[in-house]
Design a protein around this ligand. Sequence first.
Ligand code: BT5
Length: 253
Amino acid sequence: MKEISGMKVIEYETVESTQKVARGLLAQGINCHRVVIIAREQDGGFGRLNRKWHSPEGGLWLSAIFQKPISIQKLRGYSVKYGIHLADFLKDYIELKVRWPNDLMIDDKKVGGILTEISSIDGKINHLIVGLGLNINISRNDFPEEIANLATSLSEELNKQVDFEEVVQNIIEIHSVLFSILEDKKRTKTSLSNFWQKLSYTYNKQVEINVDDKTILGKEIGITDHGELILELKSGEEEIFSLGEVNLLRKRE
Ligand code: BT5
């Protein structure tokens, strides 16, 4: 087993889903704190609300396990924080934006997605599985028809293959830092809002947000330090969202 920055890395060829491998390890009662599962390929990868996640060879399909009690308070905004760290690291390759709360975007296409799953007993979270799908060296032709216009990869955007191992190593280090913050072994030095204006896909733009079958329109004006999105509504009032799906509002032709 490889070890990178205190994270134990288990690599597989093909699995259904690295999230499911992680769940399986936890269910067996094995100590898997700081274990990272990586697969070359997934044949049943999924996103939020069980949406299909296409995971051909060439992408990074990863799940990291944090297996200690954590307060809900501490976990607020974790996906957003993780997205910001990823975008900040990947800027050495290409400019990326975070589409709140869990997408990584290059221009108008999605290059990666984050999925956090928790389990709680008596209101206390006892583990967290952080999933990341990142399209690294995937050719446009390897995306199925239904996402061909929505998805992209680092190699497609850069027109060259990317050093996969280097990206993976750095991403595992990011997990290690964020886990150390959750363990109180490290402090967060910067607030989310400092990074947000530069990295947000929707900052200062008109957006629509879908929450519980409702669509709300407004201008995205920032993020709270707990990772909630702030919209300015037409009425001038501000509304804060802790969940939902946000998208740019396109001007009608
Ligand atoms: C996400 O969900 O964006 C989170 C995806 C997390 C995937 C990782 S891979 C490792 C780990 N193991 C798993 O089984 N899952 C995690 P969501 O916001 O629900 O976005 C899903 C939507 O993204 C789909 O409905 C498609 O429109 C689009 N999509 C699917 N595959 C994609 C891909 N490879 N690249 C870009 N977009 C994709």
